[in-house]
Design a protein around this ligand. Sequence first.
Ligand code: ZN
Length: 493
Amino acid sequence: MELFKEQQIKIYNSLTSKKETFKPITEGYIGMYVCGPTVYSNVHLGNVRTFMSFDVIFRYLKHLGYKVRYVRNITDAGHLENDSDAGEDKITKKARLEQIEPMEVVQRYTVDFHDVLKTFNFSPPSIEPTATGHIIEQIELIETIIKNGFAYEVNGSVYFDVHKFDKTNNYGILSKRKLEDLIHNTRELDGQSDKKNPQDFALWKKAEPQHIMRWPSPWSDGFPGWHLECTAMSTKYLGEQFDIHGGGMDLKFPHHECEIAQNQAAKGKSPVNYWMHANMLELNGQRMSKSTGNTVNPDELLSGNNNFFSKAYAPSVIRFFIAQSSYRSILDLTDDGLLASEKGFYRLMEAIDNLETLKASEVSTIDINAWKQKSYDAMNDDFNSPILIANLFEAAKYINQIKEGIATLSSNDLTTLKSSIHAFVFDILGLQNESKSNSDSDKLAGAVDILIKLRQEARVNKDFALSDKIRDELAEVSIHLKDSRDGTTFSTN
Ligand SMILES: [Zn+2]
């Protein structure tokens, strides 16, 4: 029997602001869409946190036996500077500043994004569609919205009529905003806009003559609005209604609100049953921001090359740190926090190494099945990974007790413990056993130490030809030996 039949998940639904019992539209199958990156700069850590949260969710749903179609898009056109529909396209701007083709920008940062995800051991989504690959679908969607009377064309651009939509629907249903408050709080634009009302948003923008990324359409040579691509691609691959839509908290309004409005206007249906939002990542108690300098990127965190942290951290340590708080809480990235997670992570890995050496006994003095169900209960409760990790530390305690002979497990229970720990730690949390003694740099240091000792022996035996050969051949592979009074050390650059 599939695990999902016995493990009932509850999901905090941003649409209803409640934890709800999860029921997929089709039993055994889940459609999940997560808004992906706009590929105009290196992926930042806040995004890593969001995508990691949904990676753990994806992994858990698959573990339960669901067939999950996970769609995460790449925004490679149409995302304007100020996130609404004014200003320059982010990708075009970067291309202009660097004097390269927009598609070169897209390629460079898509590769960077995938490299980072691989480093952190993310499972790839089932489909990773791009906005530029779905222009036809977006044009068709606009035509339907116009036909249904919820959009209008002005000077080659098409806008969604928020005021008209709100008369028969609820604009603000997700973000709990009211149109009249939005009207009240909107600054008048500078009068250049073609929109009927400032709250309307662009479905299609006519391209300025210098705009390189443009496609023909019934209205003008132009490009689609940012919100539209997610509606076009999510419904193309998951249907007009699907189970889960996720993204960062900052996308709730206007991006996700507009997605709901577009789908409602085009198909007369609310597209998503469960909306999920991952909260923000802060750095030392403050919002990460390039302009204030309070920011660190994944590479800098992994290499230790930054002004915020005392050392480099392994990818699994960072994954572990992120999983130690709920995806719905604001997470504060600090050196103390990472050091504590690192200690905890290696303690857990040591316990897993010890687990392999445990011997079974006749009887069990620990109720392993109760522990296992408690761990599922944690994940079933809106993917509460911090509680799961607390349970894993409890299991680490059991392992030590069994090793010391204070507790015992039967052969069956020992097998259950092993398979559950492997499932939770490696399959679901996506951690990798980077025990200190297993890391590549430690292995390299061990191997070079052996060569340094051999060279020392050669020198004692006055075999200087061999001693020089060891030094020179190591130098050829960029390992440089340095002799001093205190002995020989090496560097790798
Ligand atoms: Zn989106």
